[in-house]
Design a protein around this ligand. Sequence first.
Ligand code: UDX
Ligand code: UDX
Ligand code: ADP
Length: 469
Amino acid sequence: MENITKICCIGAGYVGGPTMAMIAKKCPHIQVTVVDLNEARIKAWNDEDVNNIPVYEPGLSDVVAEARGRNLFFSTEVDKAIDEAQMIFISVNTPTKTYGAGKGQAADLKWIELCARQIANISKDNKIIVEKSTLPVRTASAIKDILTHTGNGVQFQILSNPEFLAEGTAVEDLDAPDRVLIGGDNTPEGKVAVQALVDIYANWVPKERILTTNVWSSELSKLTANAFLAQRVSSINSLTEICEQTEADINEVAKAIGTDSRIGPKFLKASVGFGGSCFQKDILNLVYIARSYGLQEVADYWEQVIIMNDHQKRRFANQIIKNLYNTVNGKKIAFFGWAFKKDTNDTRESAAIYVADHLLNEQAHISVYDPKVPENQVYADLDYLNTREAEENKAGVQVITDPYEACKGSHAIAVLTEWDEFKGYDWQRIYDNMLKPAKIFDGRNLLDADKLRAIGFQVRSIGTNVLDK
Ligand code: UDX
Ligand code: UDX
Ligand code: ADP
């Protein structure tokens, strides 16, 4: 294969958009076209004001501004981009199936398959296909199957190149990744394809950080990396419940165990539960794969990570109810944060959605403030659960763009996302405008509880056993 000069990426989402923007920035000699069926999304990526791009990530608009129109293009002309590219990244969504066999566990590969068929139909010359979406192990073989039976003589090489960026730090993660993982076939053609992709990353990533493996190892490593990370969060969260019953403090415990170099300090932050599009989906995939091979104990082991996470979200909601004298009926509860973590406008699987759902079942009134999540997204997330009619969600939840307004007249504030700005608020002003006793349920251990108590708040931080002193 000649040097790669034209890349196409199918899917302009949270992974495809930022990843391609970084490749375009670092490789001005390569033309990168990101395509999507969603016209509104492409329009937003092309918005004259680069601050209106559809993915909020610190630093991303600068990267897009630098490369867009030079060698980075966003388009809805999927067929044309496929036809012209030598290398095609597939970065479409792979949600958990909501129907049929594997419902609630297996990944729905409908969109991946559609892409593969489209590539098969359009391609007139040899191409390298790169799986970028997180996929169940052996998806590459399904893609290969579709691509090798077209009968038109075009040769495809399939690579697995999972993306490890975390939202909120996507630009730093892409700029200086811990590693880049590329899986390919161990044939001469496979090796050439792997090398072509290595050469692209080598424009900015040190060679020793570019790992090459076989396709299956690469696919499994992605699922496992996310499963391990999620497991750490569930592990620390499982201890919050013990801490709340004893005199132990989760922050002290996390620090004490994290200083063991074998354990390490990262990813030990107690929370109301992990969210995001990957953790739950990937573990469910792992569980599904294990079960499909009859590996019951392996499946049960990983499933427990999800069970603990669901428990943590429910437990947080129940604590609010219990501390508000066992009823939240008609009470106003302010939510600080709706995104699944700070510095992103992504809300997929956010703990806030499930906590809100639980409180709405108890007839609470919720007013949500999140610095980056728009009103329609909050309603869409709740409606997606199908727990109640959209009208009822609208009646029970208000989305407010001013944090002080959001908690005016409320019985309690629940911190669901660890946005930095929450720390800097005028908490005296907030206290003055709330019903008393004014309660704070800090699901992220974000706020300085002692300071808030000095103002008069009753504070419960996750993993500590004091409501008020
Ligand atoms: C352990 C803790 O490491 C130590 O901090 C504590 O004070 C006592 O318990 P120890 O039991 O002596 O120490 O040995 P350790 O090196 O932790 O190994 C424990 C077991 O885990 C061994 O059987 C070891 O073979 C196994 N192990 C360890 C693995 O199977 N894989 C690993 O990657 C590490
Ligand atoms: C994750 C992986 O980190 C990334 O490598 C992969 O490519 C995609 O999935 P992401 O979902 O964007 O990234 O965010 P991450 O920072 O991993 O956080 C996931 C969830 O865990 C968030 O809800 C976060 O708040 C929560 N979390 C994380 C904790 O509750 N405690 C922690 O210590 C860390
Ligand atoms: P991720 O977090 O994995 O990037 P997103 O849902 O943010 O997931 O983005 C996936 C994108 O892929 C969506 O914008 C969707 O419209 C797009 N997409 C899905 N299927 C196709 C397809 N066959 N052709 C083009 N775009 C597609």
